[in-house]
Design a protein around this ligand. Structure first.
Ligand SMILES: C[S@@+](CC[C@H](N)C(=O)[O-])C[C@H]1O[C@@H](n2cnc3c(N)ncnc32)[C@H](O)[C@@H]1O
Length: 456
């Protein structure tokens, strides 16, 4: 009898939204799944739409983002340890209790039902008991109990309050520099889902393409349109590729790459790391308007296919598949954009699991690759031409340190002021030659861009 009771009760009443959220959490833990790839298909398979889909998305994303903070709470309540599948039920219940407006009785009883349905009868009373204790205090109270005091350990405190790994908080603090008083605001912004932004590709999008679409123009990119809500895939101009989905920060990087003045001809452009093709599509469209051509290069064949799809309407853009460190060209380029592979710490808003999966040890191989790509990009650029080096990370090892290391080793490069071509964008450090965008200041990903000119 005991054995039967411990099996999942398949006919047990269970809310499909919570079951799907639990399945995603399990897959993230056990299979290193990506939430953004897994969740939409599960929602479709279970016929979860509309408000229920929005609830499931918030439950899944929010729980994963704050999972380590919730673990600190749960570990104080169950110090003898918690099995991983049960912990995921408890994390979901805790998020509903502390961060969503789910009434306590509903959060607890649905978690108990979920436990019986997906794990078995035995842990149900444990889940019930733990979640009742979680419900006895609010999030701020719990955080004050489990976080180190700010005065003793500011980084540790902010790491728990805003649910970021300590090393990421330290990296953001270092990148903010003298503005490190903004650290809390930056971390808080990382926990807010980003607004969906469209890019109306110049020469492809037509006036009226976005008529009737609820939203407003972007603030700094002339091509940006910030959607008020809804599925961009339902907009005809997005479906046919004249308009794309692209963060305004990424648009600004492409605009910097396309606008910094070159000495001499301005016809041959290269995007060295183009997959999946968002910046290539904008660069190619801008180049087409000036009679120029773009080579969009990507090392991974399946990502090169995504680039082909993104640039399919542009007959001036060619897609190539090469390692950007050894790509050859008989004729050097006038402009090269290196949107380098990076930790992605500037885009944590978009990928709930990324902050916990990335490790400081990732930096060693990434920074070596970034340096080699930037060096080769300079070799592929003619004298007088420019290279824009970008990352979607503000980590200094991937941004300023890469540029500094590359320029200190050669005497045929000068650094240009990337902020000068973004005169209307506020909150840029105009004393630095590099442009660093921030989610809490610009509402964009934390994109970094530096611009270098080849000298004789
Ligand atoms: C940050 S993403 C580029 C994003 C892209 N520019 C966009 O806006 O859609 C970096 C890309 O570099 C590619 N990559 C990684 N190593 C590379 C290499 N050695 N040569 C060229 N591309 C590389 C990755 O596969 C990835 O697609």
């Amino acid at each position: 009898m005991a054995e039967r009771r411990d099996r999942p009760q398949t006919r047990q009443r269970v809310d499909p939204t919570r079951k799907v959220a639990w399945e995603v959490l399990r897959a993230v833990e056990e299979q290193d799944a990506y939430v953004n790839l897994l969740l939409p298909g599960l929602l479709r398979d279970h016929g979860i739409t509309g408000r229920d889909a929005a609830f499931t998305t918030e439950l899944t994303h929010g729980t994963i983002r704050r999972s380590r903070t919730y673990d600190a709470v749960l570990d104080t309540l169950a110090p003898k340890g918690i099995d991983a599948p049960v912990r995921d039920v408890l994390r979901l219940g805790t998020h509903q209790l502390l961060a969503m407006r789910v009434p306590s009785h509903a959060a607890v009883s649905t978690s108990v039902d979920l436990t019986r349905a997906v794990i078995g009868h035995r842990p149900a009373s444990f889940v019930n008991a733990v979640l009742r204790k979680v419900a006895a205090a609010d999030l701020d109270t719990w955080v004050s109990r489990v976080a180190p005091p700010y005065a003793e350990d500011p980084v540790g405190h902010l790491a728990v309050v805003h649910a970021h790994p300590r090393w990421v908080v330290e990296a953001f603090r270092d990148a903010l520099g003298e503005h490190d008083g903004e650290l809390g605001a930056l971390l808080a912004a990382d926990n807010e889902p980003p607004q969906v932004t469209l890019v109306a590709r110049p020469g492809l999008a037509e006036p009226g393409d976005l008529d009737g679409v609820d939203g407003e123009p972007g603030e700094w990119s002339p091509y940006a349109f910030r959607l008020a809500g809804g599925d961009p895939g339902g907009i005809p101009a997005v479906r046919d590729g004249r308009v794309g989905v692209q963060d305004e920060g990424s648009q600004l990087v492409a605009i910097v790459g396309a606008s910094v003045p070159v000495d001499g001809p301005d016809e041959r452009w290269l995007d060295l790391c183009a997959g999946p093709g968002g910046k290539a599509a904008l660069l190619g469209a801008i180049a087409a308007g000036r009679g120029g051509t773009l080579v969009a290069n990507e090392v991974t064949p399946h990502r090169a296919d995504l680039v082909r799809s993104a640039v399919r309407l542009l007959d001036n853009t060619e897609v190539t598949v090469h390692d950007g460190r050894t790509l050859e060209s008989a004729t050097p380029y006038d402009r090269v954009v290196v949107d380098a592979p990076c930790t992605g710490l500037g885009a944590l808003r978009r990928r709930p699991e990324a902050r916990w999966r990335r490790q400081p040890s990732d930096l060693e191989s990434l920074t070596a690759l970034q340096k080699a790509l930037l060096e080769h990009a300079l070799d592929l650029t003619r004298v007088g031409g420019v290279v824009a080096y970008a990352t979607c990370s503000p980590h200094l090892s991937e941004t300023r340190d890469i540029v500094d290391a590359v320029i200190s080793a050669r005497d045929d490069v000068e650094v240009l002021d990337a902020t000068a071509v973004l005169p209307d964008v506020p909150h840029l450090d105009r004393s630095a030659p590099y442009a660093q965008l921030w989610p809490h200041l610009h509402g964009t990903d934390a994109m970094f861009v530096a611009v270098l000119r080849r000298l004789p």
